[in-house]
Design a protein around this ligand. Structure first.
Ligand SMILES: Nc1ncnc2c1ncn2[C@@H]1O[C@H](COP(=O)(O)OP(=O)(O)O)[C@@H](O)[C@H]1O
Ligand SMILES: [Mg+2]
Length: 350
């Protein structure tokens, strides 16, 4: 039997293009070449697709992707592949759109299918599913923007056009400060801000609306930030729990990628009991969105109460060899190379 042809698609039309390039660089370096024939494909920020020609000497992809040749017919190019690993984060990669293309072409692919990808990408809809599943989360409110108007959407989806002052008043009746304001579709903390008072709340709703016209407002949680990696289709396993120690006031874009003072700790400094509960809830959250393959599920452990509170689910988490997802599984005994093989096998079985 010949080698399995694997397409590794990276880059993409999202704010997380560069992160994806680095993830793909690690995968290219570590994937089992005895088993797999690798076809790296780069999508640039404008959405053009290229073959990436691997250069034996230069292993990791840099900030600027070189050695690329435009693909003329994307569909016929990917149709010859046996399986695709879309190492794409954010919009047009983690949100179900590219998964829809693979479904249409009947090509197996790593990770969540269309529904789970789009639910996981959209923070408001993630909340609605978690609520249904009875997973503990922080109270939230939902606001939409249409043209220049703000619309307050209540828990029954009844909508009211209001000015931002009235919306802020409604929200402060329900939630306590600090609050976190987020574009519903976002990643890498882009557009996410913390508000300590009504003025900041208004400013931050306006700010978040630049990134998405759906805006989520959450009551802030004071506690530890922890993460758990899950792997599987039907039978799902969870890694040990890891902890994020953000160098900033919260885990902002800069704290994630620029501030070297941000630290991670694996395993997290929490009791075995809480850790076990997190692993259970992580699998539950993954099942609730109908996840397949992999996800990283993020939680808080509240200081005062030790309660666990789910934050979000990432259906294509950062995947460099020093990212949390692979590191947590490495600690749990699954090496980076083995993880890649497992994910490809899960895709072929799906
Ligand atoms: N409700 C909250 N309470 C406390 N901190 C929060 C809350 N929501 C978000 N944060 C902080 O903001 C960061 C980014 O928010 P998150 O929802 O994870 O967005 P992203 O999808 O961009 O990672 C989190 O890692 C955390 O540090
Ligand atoms: Mg996050």
């Amino acid at each position: 039997m010949g080698k399995i042809k694997v397409g590794i698609i990276f880059g993409g039309m999202s704010t997380e293009n560069e992160v994806s390039v680095v993830s793909a660089g690690s995968i290219l370096e570590n994937i089992d070449r005895e088993k797999y024939e690798v076809f790296p494909i780069y999508i640039d920020k404008e959405g053009k697709w290229y073959k990436y020609i691997e250069d034996g000497r230069k292993k990791v992809l840099g900030e600027k992707v070189e050695n690329i040749v435009e693909i003329e017919n994307i569909i016929s190019y990917i149709q010859r592949l046996d399986v695709i690993f879309p190492v794409l984060h954010g919009l047009y990669g983690e949100d179900g759109t590219i998964q829809g293309l693979f479904e249409l072409l009947k090509i197996p692919y790593v990770g969540c299918k269309v529904l789970a990808s789009s639910v996981g990408m959209d923070k408001v809809y993630t909340k609605i599913v978690f609520e249904k599943a009875g997973i503990n989360q922080t109270p939230y409110e939902y606001v939409r923007k249409y043209k220049n108007k703000y619309i307050y959407v209540d828990k029954n989806f009844d909508e009211k056009i209001l000015d931002l002052k009235e919306i802020a008043k409604k929200i402060t009746e329900k939630l306590e400060f600090p609050m976190f304001i987020k574009p519903s579709n976002s990643g890498s903390s882009v557009g996410v801000k913390k508000a300590e008072n009504e003025n900041e709340l208004i400013e931050n709703i306006e700010y978040a609306s630049k990134f998405d016209n759906k805006i989520l407002i959450e009551q802030g949680v004071i506690g530890k930030e922890v993460e758990c990696a899950v792997l599987g289709n039907e039978k799902v396993i969870a890694s040990c729990v890891g902890e994020i120690k953000a160098a900033d006031e919260f885990y902002s874009y800069d704290a994630k990628y620029k501030n070297e003072e941000s630290k991670t700790e694996i395993p997290a400094n929490i009791s075995e009991e809480i850790s076990e509960e997190i692993r259970k809830e992580a699998i539950k959250a993954f099942k609730a969105i109908d996840g397949k393959g992999l996800s990283r599920v993020d939680f808080f452990v509240e200081n005062k109460t030790n309660r666990i509170i789910i934050n979000e689910i990432n259906t294509m988490p950062g995947f460099t060899d020093i990212s949390m997802y692979p590191k947590m599984f490495a600690k749990s005994g699954i090496s980076y190379e083995k993880l890649i093989t497992n994910l490809i096998e899960l895709a072929l079985e799906k």
